[in-house]
Design a protein around this ligand. Structure first.
Ligand SMILES: Cc1cc2nc3c(=O)[nH]c(=O)nc-3n(C[C@H](O)[C@H](O)[C@H](O)COP(=O)(O)O)c2cc1C
Length: 301
């Protein structure tokens, strides 16, 4: 997640057994990416030496593949140096990028909001897909998770993750039952000790419910989901937001108000109603696991 996800969060997630990921753009200046990847690689290797029976999950780096991202080539070179195991691509599918990642033995997963983009991504050589359904944090899609997974599974049997409001172990099991291989979870991890977010933001996730989420394209030019209270705090009326404009998309700039998207206008998916405290990543992952196993038990599967 933009701004939120850094080495602390990613390392804690991987140690807890889930794939942790962060956007390369979070490491600023660009040279910091090398330090982050060094630290993540070393700390996970040390964990694996100390816990051979409970090794860390692999980590992922997200690349924004859009002309507004002038760091892409430099970031890719740094990912190549550290042989990043999973590269998540958003907002653009590029064959040469997939080939480069395969060159060092990594795999690519591409974010898609509908079946048409899913076809394009696979045609360009992505290994797997992340279906971003309605209700997801960040740049969410508009489709029902059922609709998008059903359509993609008609023709694609490779790795498929589902994203959008998944916040309980039962919801993870539901994603699997629908045909996804992985649940892709963002917003609940904002309310963790390791997330790079101010306390007010973490508290907003704890207090917020689905009805507090506003879907707007004002802040980045692309539709996304945001916490109502942060829009109000910026002096804007969440129920009467003007339309945004693609030409102003800049991931971290912001438009239409002095508030900066992501820093002041807080992104969140609709699933946060069940997030009732700020806790450590390890505790949140334990809770998800317990709920997942209980849901299986309930269904006798
Ligand atoms: C604050 C915030 C920032 C995000 N930034 C990014 C990003 O930079 N790149 C990206 O691919 N997805 C980003 N996402 C989307 C997440 O990767 C994921 O799809 C989403 O959080 C899943 O939905 P959920 O939040 O309802 O769990 C962001 C989400 C949030 C909440």
């Amino acid at each position: 997640m933009f701004i939120i996800s850094g080495p602390e969060l990613v390392i804690a997630q991987c140690k807890a057994g889930m794939v942790g990921s962060f956007p390369a753009l979070n490491a600023r200046p660009q040279s910091l990416l090398d330090e982050w990847l060094h630290r993540i690689t070393e700390e996970l290797a040390a964990h694996n030496r100390d816990h051979p029976n409970r090794p860390a999950a692999p980590f992922a780096v997200n690349q924004i593949v859009h002309k507004s991202n002038d760091r892409l080539e430099a970031d890719l070179e740094t990912c190549a140096k550290w042989q990043v195991p999973i590269v998540i691509t958003s907002l653009g599918a590029r064959e040469d990028l997939n080939t480069a990642v395969h060159g060092w033995g990594g795999i690519t997963l591409h974010d898609v909001i509908d079946d048409r983009f899913a076809h394009k991504a696979i045609e360009k050589g992505a290994d797997g897909l992340i279906a971003v359904a309605t209700g997801a944090g960040g740049h969410a899609g508009k489709l029902s998770p059922f609709a998008i997974i059903q359509e993609i599974r008609q023709w694609f049997d490779g790795p498929l993750a589902l994203s959008g409001s998944i916040a309980t172990g039962g919801a993870i099991l539901a994603a699997e039952a629908m045909g996804a291989d992985f649940a892709y979870i963002g917003s609940p991890f904002i309310a963790t000790e390791e997330a790079n977010a101010v306390d007010g933001y973490k508290q907003g996730i704890v207090e917020g419910r689905a009805g507090d989420i506003v879907y707007s394209n004002l802040f980045t030019g692309v539709h996304g989901n945001y916490l109502r209270a942060s829009i109000e705090a910026a002096g804007l009326d969440p129920d009467n937001l003007p339309e945004g404009d693609l030409s102003t998309m800049n991931f971290g700039g912001g438009n239409g108000s002095k508030a900066k998207a992501w820093r002041d206008i807080w992104g969140s998916g609709q699933g946060i109603g069940v997030v009732d405290r700020v806790e450590s990543v390890a505790d949140r992952v334990d809770r998800l696991e317990r709920e997942y196993l209980a849901a299986k038990e309930r269904l006798r599967i």
